[in-house]
Structures are given as C-alpha cells and as structure tokens.
Design a protein around this ligand. Structure first.
Ligand code: NAD
Length: 510
C-alpha cells in the first residue's frame, strides 16, 4: 500500500450537533485503498438511530438557531470562509481524495479547487438573489417570500466525492437550510474533513451533520425520516428509483442526478484533432468514473476509419499508474466490486464488438483495481456496452451515415444526461443539439461548466435541475404573499346574493 496521507483520524466518526460521535451501536466498517484493496481505516457504520440523532440536531438548529434567520450577506460571508478553509487544505484534501478513491492526483487537485469555487459561487448568488413582485395598481401587491425549506438530506456518490458533496452543501447552506449529509460508503475519508472546515468557518452547531454508512442503512433512514423535507440525491438510476418511491410517503421534494451514457457526435466537417482530444479526455478523465463521460462516440462514416485508428493509438498511450504519480492519467478504480463490474462489461464487449485498444488489466500493474483505456469499435446500438452505463475507462465507437441516423443513435438510450456535438456547420450544430434528448449539450467542447446554467439530466438521468438559481429554488420555498391595497370586491354570500356584474370569482385580476 502507498504511504497513507497524513492527518487522518484514528477512525472516522459521525458529526452530529457539533460533536464527533460513534454509531449508537458502536459498529464500524472497513474502508479500502484501491491500489491494494487493503483496509486502511475504519468508519462509523450509521443506521436509523444515528440518522434520528442527526435529524433532531438539524431540526433544532433550523427551528431555534440563527442560520435560517441570518441575512443572506451574513451566510454568504461564512460560505466565503468555508471556501477559504477548503483552499487552505487543498493539497491535503487532494492527497486524501486520490488515496481513498483511486483518482489521479492531478485530477483531485482540480476537484479540490472546484469544491472551494462552489461555495464562492453560491455565496455570490444568494446575495444577488432577486424575487418576483407584481403590482395591480390600486388593488394588490404580490411578492414572493423566499424561505429555506428546512432539514435537507444530501446523499452523494463515490465519484469525485468531496466535490459532489460541495455541490449540494453550498446551495443548501446558502439558502438557509440545515442538513444531514450521507456520503458514499466506498469513499468516506475526504468527507471527514468537512466538520473541521465548517467549525473553523463559523457554521453554527447543528447546521451541518454527517452520518456515514450504507445506502440500505443510513441512506434509507434519511430518505424515510419524516422531519427531512427534501432529498438531493446523486447516484445510480437503480437507487434513484428506490428513493423516488420512498420519498412518496412523506411527499418530499426531490432532486435526482443519475447516471448517463452520453453521446459525442462527430460530423465529417468537425475539427478532427480537437474532437479527438476532447473525446479522449471526456471519457478517460476521472478514470471514466464520470456521469457526463462521452462514452458513446458516433462518427460520420467518411472519417470513421481514420478516427477509430487515431483514437485507438492515443488510447494505447494513456498512462495507467499510481494515483499519487503526477504523470498518471488513469489510476485505480474505486473498489473491487466496481472493478469486477467494469471488467465484466469489457468481457461482454469482446463478444459484441471489435476491441481496438486495451481490454483488461495493464501488465505492469498486477494488483489493485487498474484497467487499461479500453476502446470498442463497430459497436451496434443493440449491444449492452452501447446501452448500459459502465462507469469506467471503456468507450464505444459507432459509425453513422446521415444526420437523421446520428440523432436516432444518440437518442436510442434510456439515459439523457449530457451530449457533445462536433461540427463547423452552425445551423446543423444548433438544430441537432435541440433534437438531442439530453439535459445538457456541448457544441465543439467536452464538459466545461458555467455554474449559472442548469445542470441535470432527463429520461433515466434524473429529475429536476440544479445549478445557478435552480439550486437555490430547490432548497427554498417560494411563498406568495398577496397584499390588498384598497377595497376588495367581495361577493356577499348570505347578504345580497349575486349582483348583475358579479362573476362569483371574487378578487381582482390583472
Ligand atoms: P449508488 O446509487 O450506488 O449510491 C449513491 C449513494 O446512494 C450512496 O451514498 C449510497 O450509499 C446511497 N444509497 C444507495 N441505496 C440507497 C437507498 N436505498 N436509500 C438511500 N440511499 C441509498 O451510486 P454510486 O455507485 O455511488 O455512484 C455512481 C452513479 O452515480 C453512476 O450511475 C453515476 O452516473 C451517478 N452520478 C451521477 C451524477 C450526475 O450529476 N448526474 C454525478 C455523479 C455520479
């Protein structure tokens, strides 16, 4: 096993009501290091008793504490301090994240910066927040009274865990909610840095709580808790369906960011080299454990052979190595269970299509969850590797002849998260983008985010959109307040009956 990062606790504890605590039943689980799959730390295994304690702390902080009552500017200044605290420990954070999740160190450094940026962004946004007001001269003024919704349950996945957590924490806190975070069980370690960050930044006790454990244990209890008003979930489609059902009982607000199988469509007039670079990065960065990965590349037939050959050549040269090595481009997959899933898809792919690069474990890395950059060509749309999310360094390439065929192939999938269109024809670019069934389309680019834009998928990729003001909307109730400015016309039931000019609807209208 590589050198353990410094500054780790003896074991990871829940953080409830401002205190580090063990599970009520004292149970722990092993956390594995993905280059050897040896346990390197233990973590508290929470269940419903711990969720009850955490939700009670969050509810008390919401009902009685200062956080929901602060001015946006006051909360924003604390969010700025959180960002500064993240920035101060970004090297340690990147090391822990890389060690725990198996992501290449250069990429976890980028994710640490992005986590800090998420707090600065939502701090700015909450101060600039405006809400609607409508006036009917002489009759009524109507305005939106924005209020934090209450206790939020945040459930996050293991890919880029700290950054994913920040993407939910920042808008929830900015909006004035209190919360319970349930991080993914494969990667709890970087989350254990949050409590120190929150304390040093001055987040009041009970506002931020964290309970570790499995989905079926702590996650399920959080979703079903009657005092949790909303669930923001990022994870797989299968889990999303279960949570959707479980939220119904208490009519919870839900936001779901689920899986993807995103197409990159490359027309013959595209900038060939740029499309090549972008689609390689798009699927092989973050070990391919990336929800917006361009994992189905559709290429116009006139440039198909040239593209497949160039793509395979580059994929063969991708450096697979230790997570801590700055030269590494793909490191170790997060967990042996996930390694098994990805490699079993590679075996399925060998029966379904033509393998042109990679295909298994690299010879120089005999242990740990390492997989080569793997490329399949001539993949039929009926293939499982074309339809199902693999979530590893595996890509499908499929030819098309016409624009219509490309659109049909792009949309022939249960998912609809991201998509990428490569062409120099401006009309085609816009029209094709509009026809794609996906929540997000990038034209001539991989995933470069403007945090103000909606983020999220359609079809099997999710419900609702977060990003920019939409995140603040999700974490707040928008109450309409109607104020009468003059006499209100009222039909006088039981007095005079209907007047001739009375429609029986009462009230003015614009
Ligand atoms: P997962 O669904 O297995 O787990 C996600 C989280 O849900 C974990 O914290 C888990 O403990 C919890 N969970 C599991 N069952 C639960 C239940 N019954 N009730 C409550 N919580 C439960 O997903 P994963 O394997 O950790 O993450 C990978 C998936 O996440 C991929 O499908 C990926 O595409 C998706 N993802 C989507 C986005 C996006 O923004 N759309 C971003 C990142 C990852």
């Amino acid at each position: 096993m590589a050198q353990k990062p410094e500054g780790l606790p003896q074991h990871i504890q829940h953080y409830i009501g401002g205190e580090l605590v063990d599970s009520a039943n004292g149970e722990l689980f092993d956390v594995l290091e993905p280059t050897t799959n040896e346990a390197y730390i233990q973590c508290a295994l929470g269940d419903s008793a711990d969720i009850d304690r955490a939700v009670a702390a969050a509810k008390k902080a919401f009902d009685e504490g200062p956080w929901p009552r602060m001015l946006p500017r006051q909360r924003a200044s604390i969010l700025y301090k959180i960002a500064d605290e993240v920035t101060k420990i970004k090297d340690q954070l990147a090391q822990i994240e890389s060690f725990d999740s198996g992501l290449p160190i250069r990429q976890t450094q980028g994710q640490a910066n992005r986590a800090a940026e998420n707090f600065r962004f939502f701090a700015d946004l909450i101060v600039a927040q405006v809400d609607d007001a409508f006036k009917m001269p002489g009759r009524q003024i109507n305005y939106v009274n924005r209020k934090p919704k209450g206790v939020a349950g945040l459930i996050t996945p293991w890919n880029t865990p700290f950054m994913q957590e920040s993407w939910k924490l920042a808008p929830a806190l900015a909006s004035g909610c209190t919360l319970v975070l349930k991080p993914a069980e494969f990667t709890p370690t970087s989350a254990s840095l949050w409590n120190g960050i929150m304390e040093r930044a001055g987040v009041p006790e009970g506002v931020f709580n964290i309970v570790y454990g499995t989905g079926k244990g702590a996650g399920d209890a959080l979703v079903k808790h009657p005092d949790v008003r909303l669930i923001s979930f990022t994870g797989s489609l299968a889990t999303g369906k279960v949570i959707y059902g479980n939220c119904a009982e208490n009519m919870k607000h839900m936001s779901m960011e689920l899986g993807g199988k995103s197409p990159a469509v490359i027309f013959e007039d595209a900038d060939f080299e740029a499309a090549l670079d972008s689609t390689l990065f798009g699927v092989f960065s973050l070990n391919g454990e990336r929800c917006t990965a361009s994992s189905r590349i559709l290429v116009q037939r006139s440039i198909y052979d040239k593209f497949v050959e160039a793509y395979a050549e580059r994929a063969k040269k991708i450096v697979v190595g230790e997570p801590s090595d700055p030269k590494t481009e793909i490191a170790a997959l997060v967990h042996p269970e996930h390694y098994k899933k990805v490699t079993s898809y590679i075996e399925i792919g060998k029966q379904e299509a033509r393998l042109v690069a990679g295909g298994g474990r690299p010879a120089h890395l005999p242990e740990g969850n390492y997989v080569e950059a793997t490329v399949f060509a001539d993949v039929p749309p009926t293939a499982r590797i074309f339809q199902e999310e693999i979530f590893g360094p595996v890509v499908c390439i499929t030819p098309f002849d016409t624009e219509e065929e490309a659109l049909e192939l792009a949309n022939n999938c249960v998912y609809g998260l991201a998509s990428y269109v490569w062409t120099r024809d401006i009309e085609r670019a816009h029209n094709f983008a509009s026809g794609i069934e996906a929540g997000m389309v990038w034209i001539n680019s991989h995933n470069v985010r403007d945090l103000r834009t909606p983020f999220g998928g359609i079809k099997g990729s999710g419900l609702g959109h977060e990003g920019g003001y939409r995140s603040l909307d999700f974490y707040s109730d928008q109450q309409s307040i109607h104020v009468t400015l003059g006499d209100v016309h009222t039909t006088r039931f039981g007095a005079t009956g209907y007047a001739d000019n009375d429609l029986g609807l009462g009230g003015p209208s614009a």
